[in-house]
Design a protein around this ligand. Structure first.
Ligand code: BG6
Length: 482
C-alpha cells in the first residue's frame, strides 16, 4: 500500500536552539525526510536561531553533517540535501538580550504560515515570547512549539503555562509529547473508534485489567544529571504513559477534533484516584556486568531516584470502576518494548476441564518495535485425548498487513507537519498537563517524604521482584518483557 503525501502550505519555521541536540537529531532530519517525500514544499524556509556565531555557510555545513549522521535516509540523496540546505538560513539571536531580533524579523515573510519551535530550556519560554511580541514578529496566527520537560511539578507547570499564555493564545501553543506522534498510538484511537467490535467490551464488565508497559533496554546514558532530578515518574509516567492510559480509557469523543479529543483525555486524568504507596514499586538498576549502576551513571552515589516504576492505578468512573490499570516503565530492562495489554475476564461459567496456566483472552497492542496487534484466544488442543484447551494468538504486524516495510515515519516528522497544518489534536493542552501533574505530585511527594529508597534490580530483567508481586498478590501476572 503506498501512502499518500499531501504537501503542507509554505511556511517559515524558526527553530530557537537550532544548534542543540534535539534540533540536530530530530527536528532538522525530520524536516528533511518530509522534504524528501514531497510534503515540505521547496518554498518553505527554515530559520535556525541560536546564540552561537555562525555564518550561513558554516550553519548549512553543520546541518549537512547532522543529516549524514541522523537522517538515515539522507546518505545517498546529495542533490536533495543541497536543495534542502538552500531553504535554511541562520540568524544569530540573543534570547534574553536585544541582538538579532530585527534580523529575525527581516528573515520572515508575511504571507506564509509562521511557527516558532522553542527547542530551548523552558526558563526561556517567557523571555522569547515577549521578544517575539515586542519586535512584532509574532502574529495572531503564529504557532509556538514547546517540548517536555513541561514543568517539574504542578506549580512549575502552571508558571510555564502562564509564561506562554502571556504572549500566546492556547490555540497557538503546541506542547509536544512525542508518544502522541507514534503511529500505533494513533492507531489506538483508530482501533477503538473506527471498529464496532471492541467498544461493547471496553469496560469493567468485560475487562479484568489493563497493563501498560514501556520498557527500555538502555540506561540513562549521557543524561544522568537531568534524569536524576526527574526519575521515571516525571520522565515517563506523568507524560508518555499518561497519554497511553488516556487514549485507552477515554470515552469516544464526539468528533476527531483537537478539543473534543483533549476534553475526553482530561476527564480520564481527573477521574484518577490517588495512588496508595503500597501500590507502587520503585526500582533502581544495579551494576551487573561492569557497565555501571544507575548511581554511577547519574553521578550520584546516594541517589534515591527511580529508574523503574510500576504502579496500580484506578480510574474512578462508571466505565472503569473495578478494572485496575497497571503501569510499568524502566531503563535497562530485558528489551525495548512498549505495549498495552487489555486482559479480558474469564467466561462466567466454564464447562471445560481446568487448563493449567490459562491466561485468558487478551488484546495486546504493540507500540514498538514491530507495531501491530495480537489477540489471544482459547481453542481446543488439536488431536485425540478429549477436550483439552490451548491458547493461541492471532498476530498481525501492521507492516506485514499493509505491506509497508519502509522506514517508519518518526513521531517528530508527523508532529511538525501537524503544527504547520494547524492541527492540535496530537498536542497536549495546558489543562491536560496541569491535571497530570496534579495527579503525580502527591505520589512523588509521598515517597519523597517517606524517604523511600528504590529497590535494586539487575539489568536485563523485568525490574524488581516486588513489581511482579504487585500483580501476583491479586492473582494476575505481567506479560513478559521483550
Ligand atoms: C523521552 C524520555 O521523553 O522518551 C527518555 O526523556 C526516554 O528517557 C524516551 O528514553 C523514550 O522514547 P522512545 O520514543 O524511544 O520510546
Amino acid at each position: 500500500m503506498v501512502s499518500r503525501v499531501i504537501p503542507v502550505d509554505p511556511f517559515d519555521l524558526v527553530i530557537f536552539g537550532a544548534t542543540g541536540d534535539l534540533a540536530r537529531r530530530k527536528i532538522l532530519p525530520g524536516l528533511f525526510h518530509r522534504f524528501m517525500v514531497g510534503q515540505v514544499p521547496g518554498t518553505a524556509r527554515i530559520i535556525g536561531a541560536a546564540r552561537s556565531e555562525y555564518d550561513q555557510q558554516a550553519f548549512r555545513d553543520m546541518v549537512r553533517d547532522n543529516l549524514t549522521e541522523f537522517a538515515t535516509k539522507a546518505a545517498k540523496q546529495t542533490e536533495l540535501v543541497e536543495q534542502f540546505l538552500d531553504m535554511i538560513v541562520y540568524v544569530r539571536v540573543d534570547a534574553t538580550g536585544n541582538d538579532g531580533w530585527s534580523d529575525l524579523a527581516a528573515a520572515l515573510r508575511s504571507d506564509v504560515v509562521r511557527a516558532f519551535y522553542l527547542s530551548v530550556t523552558p526558563s526561556l519560554f517567557g523571555a522569547i515570547g515577549a521578544k517575539l511580541h515586542a519586535n512584532d514578529i509574532a502574529t495572531p496566527d503564529s504557532r509556538i512549539v514547546v517540548e517536555k520537560p513541561f514543568g517539574h511539578d504542578l506549580e512549575t507547570a502552571r508558571a510555564l503555562n502562564a509564561d506562554l499564555r502571556r504572549n500566546f493564545e492556547e490555540n497557538q501553543i503546541y506542547r509536544i509529547d512525542h508518544y502522541l506522534g507514534k503511529e500505533t498510538v494513533q492507531n489506538l484511537m483508530a482501533l477503538r473508534f473506527a471498529n464496532s467490535l471492541w467498544e461493547p467490551l471496553w469496560n469493567s464488565t468485560h475487562i479484568d485489567h489493563v497493563q501498560i508497559t514501556v520498557a527500555e533496554s538502555l540506561g540513562v546514558e549521557g543524561r544522568g544529571e537531568y534524569y536524576d532530578r526527574s526519575g521515571a515518574m516525571r520522565d515517563m509516567v506523568q507524560n508518555h504513559l499518561m497519554q497511553l492510559l488516556c487514549l485507552t480509557a477515554m470515552e469516544p469523543p464526539s468528533k476527531f477534533e483537537p478539543n473534543s479529543v483533549r476534553d475526553e483525555k482530561v476527564k480520564v486524568i481527573e477521574a484518577l484516584e490517588p495512588v496508595d504507596l503500597a501500590d507502587i514499586v520503585r526500582g533502581q538498576y544495579r551494576d551487573r556486568d561492569g557497565d555501571g549502576s544507575y548511581r554511577d551513571h547519574a553521578g550520584n552515589p546516594n541517589s534515591r531516584t527511580e529508574s523503574f516504576v510500576a504502579m496500580k492505578v484506578k480510574i474512578g468512573n462508571w466505565r472503569w470502576a473495578g478494572t485496575p490499570f497497571y503501569l510499568r516503565t524502566g531503563k535497562k530492562l530485558r528489551g525495548r518494548s512498549s505495549e498495552i495489554a487489555v486482559v479480558f475476564r474469564d467466561p462466567p461459567h466454564m464447562i471445560f476441564p481446568k487448563m493449567e496456566g490459562r491466561r485468558g483472552n487478551a488484546l495486546i497492542i504493540h507500540l514498538q518495535p514491530d507495531e501491530g496487534i495480537t489477540l489471544r484466544n482459547t481453542i481446543k488442543e488439536p488431536g485425540p485425548g478429549g477436550m483439552r484447551l490451548a491458547e493461541v494468538t492471532l498476530d498481525m504486524t501492521f507492516a506485514d498487513a499493509l505491506d509497508q516495510h519502509a522506514e517508519p515515519q518518526d513521531a517528530y516528522e508527523r508532529l511538525i507537519m501537524d503544527v504547520i497544518r494547524g492541527d492540535q489534536t496530537l498536542f497536549m493542552r495546558g489543562d491536560e498537563v496541569e491535571a497530570a501533574w496534579a495527579w503525580a505530585d502527591p505520589i512523588i511527594t509521598g515517597w519523597e517524604d517517606a524517604r523511600l529508597t528504590p529497590a535494586g534490580y539487575d539489568p536485563g530483567g523485568s525490574g524488581p521482584e516486588d513489581a511482579l508481586m504487585l500483580l501476583h498478590r491479586e492473582g494476575r501476572r505481567w506479560r513478559e518483557i521483550g
